[in-house]
Design a binder for this molecule. Structure first.
Ligand code: SF4
Length: 549
């Protein structure tokens, strides 16, 4: 029998998190391997030269389910597969031969000519689909790979792109829909958004990040900045004047986190450099070993804001940033619905489709209505709404009528105003339940059932619907957040339904809704459930109390 040695046990070696800056450069999961093997930016040439000619079956699977995303392309869900089977099938069994295509619209900014073109492309190539996403994008469906070269040619000729609309890359930058014209705005962030786009989007140095990277830049608090990887929020510094507060590490989905303030003040001209520093930290120090821990929020949580700021200043910017005050939080959420006076005396007018569901025909109708009212500019909002800018006062009534006829109400019910929904089972391969149609039915039902009380609702009650545990429709920060899942009904059947999160919010109510144990509702019971909740809130609130309070 061998004698036992007295040697002390070797300390457990800590496994690296895949941080490049600490030497862990080996590809550690299939996504990392794919990005290392070939830059996702190279896939555009293959789409144009090979796949568009050879058709869907000629596409390399690594490109199809990976690199295509850098150009805004995902395969959409094959019709007819119910949500109960989503997790049981291989990705290729869920793939349709058509694509979802996201057009990146930084700040949601569009001319009416661009809006018209988006509508025409939808009619020609996307079976008239065109949803407004809660990241100010337009999302098409039913796109054929054969049509992509022509679609890109037309989009790019009009100054639009799908570059890095998805993928582990710097995604579309959210910006205030009313930047540069709103009286409440502290500073116009548009020049910084444009400069970041010009310098860094499509730059190979930032095309292989650990995961997606979401940015918000706004001179007022209208872009859900609390849940972004990095946000620049307008703030007035007592000595330096208007500039930006910088916040990092926000995000939803599993492990939701509210962004942390770095405590700095940044002038407009410095925003692109500071943004470059933050995204570089993410690229170099972000956790690449596990996809589930690869968002910047996990790094920020582990480091804390003070260390993050120190690394940013010492290793990346090579200078100190000025300390800055916290922005004042507005008393009510800002969504730009209705008519509001601009600083130049004209008006901007926000209209609400239901849960971002629009169409190519509707976009064309809106562009025409805006032009008839003397406007040449529209904006998409992070609440899945649309705003027409620069409207003379005399045109307000006519425009409101035309928008309503097209499906965008400028004085919507609180339910229409507060509802958002992700893509859901209609097109999304991860979805378990229907969302868009459910949201439309819910709004119609509530408008009829709660007509007696809706005038008493000062703040819209936000109802957000997700088709799966991800949080594309921001369920954790809704008054009523609905996470799609299969639930058991009273007869013991497995049916579509939702796990309920209650009392989340942004701004004054920044925090995540509570997931009440066992609090689930079937899709069929959803209207009854929301009606009961809203009536109870209205009956029990004290004057002015918000739902999330
Ligand atoms: Fe798809 Fe889920 Fe995102 Fe909805 S929340 S779009 S179902 S991934």
């Amino acid at each position: 029998m061998a004698a036992k040695t007295d040697r002390p046990a070797r300390p457990k070696q800590r496994r690296g998190e895949g941080q490049w800056a600490l030497g862990y450069r080996e590809p550690l999961n299939p996504n990392e391997r794919s990005k290392r093997d070939d830059s996702p930016l190279n896939v555009r040439a293959r789409i144009e030269n090979i796949y568009a000619k050879g058709g869907f079956d000629s596409i390399d699977p690594g490109d199809l389910r990976g690199r295509f995303r850098w150009y805004g392309l995902y395969t959409q869900r094959k019709p007819g597969i119910d949500g109960g089977r989503t997790a049981t099938l291989e990705p290729e069994e869920l793939d349709d031969k058509y694509f979802m295509l996201r057009v990146r619209l930084d700040g949601g900014a569009l001319t009416t000519d661009q809006l018209t073109l988006l509508g025409e492309l939808s009619q020609t190539y996307a079976r008239d689909t065109a949803d407004i996403t809660d990241r100010q994008n337009i999302q098409y469906h039913w796109i054929r790979i054969e049509d992509m070269p022509t679609i890109w040619e037309k989009l790019e000729a009009a100054g639009m792109t799908t570059m890095e609309a998805c993928g582990d890359s710097p995604r579309v930058i959210l910006g205030s829909p009313v930047a540069g014209i709103a009286a409440e705005e502290i500073i116009d962030g548009t020049p910084a958004i444009e400069e970041i786009n010009r310098r860094f989007v499509g730059d190979p140095r930032f095309a292989n990040l650990p995961r997606k990277f979401k940015t918000a830049i706004s001179g007022q608090q209208d872009v859900a900045h609390e849940i972004h990887d990095v946000a620049f929020v307008g703030v007035d510094h007592p000595e330096h004047g208007p500039g930006f507060d910088v916040q990092v590490g926000g995000g939803l989905s599993t492990n939701p986190m509210i962004a942390q303030r770095l405590g700095v003040w940044v002038p407009l001209d410095d925003v692109p450099d500071v943004w470059e520093g933050v995204i570089s930290i993410f690229r170099d120090y972000g956790y690449r070993r596990l996809r589930s821990r690869a968002r910047i929020k996990f790094l920020v949580k582990d480091w804390g804001a003070a260390k993050f700021r120190e690394v940013l200043e010492t290793q990346y910017l090579k200078r100190s940033l000025a300390d800055g005050p916290a922005p004042e939080v507005p008393e009510v959420p800002i969504d730009h619905i209705g008519a509001h006076r601009q600083t130049d005396g004209n008006y901007y007018v926000g209209g609400a489709p239901v849960a971002g569901r629009t169409s190519g025909s509707l976009l064309i109708a809106v562009a025409k209505a805006a032009e008839r009212a003397g406007s040449g500019r529209v904006r998409l909002t992070p609440q899945q709404k649309l705003v027409v800018l620069d409207v003379p006062e005399a045109e307000l009534d006519g425009l409101a009528t035309e928008l309503a006829e097209a499906g965008l109400r400028t004085t919507p019910s609180p339910w229409r105003r507060g509802v958002m929904a992700c893509t859901g089972i209609e097109f999304c391969k991860l979805a378990i339940v229907e969302t868009k149609a459910r949201a439309q039915q819910l709004v119609a039902d509530l408008e009829s059932r709660l007509a007696d009380v809706q005038d008493g609702v000062e703040n819209p009650v936000s109802v957000h619907l997700n088709g799966c545990p991800n949080s594309c429709a921001r369920i954790q920060v809704a008054d009523i957040g609905l996470k799609g899942q299969i639930v058991t009904d009273d007869e013991g059947n497995q049916v579509e339904g939702f796990q309920v999160h209650l009392g989340g919010g942004l701004g004054l109510d920044a925090g995540f809704g509570r997931k009440l144990r066992g609090h689930k509702v079937t899709s069929a019971e959803l209207t009854d459930y929301v009606e009961r909740l809203v009536r109870a809130y209205l009956a029990e609130r004290v004057q002015g109390e918000r739902f999330a309070q």
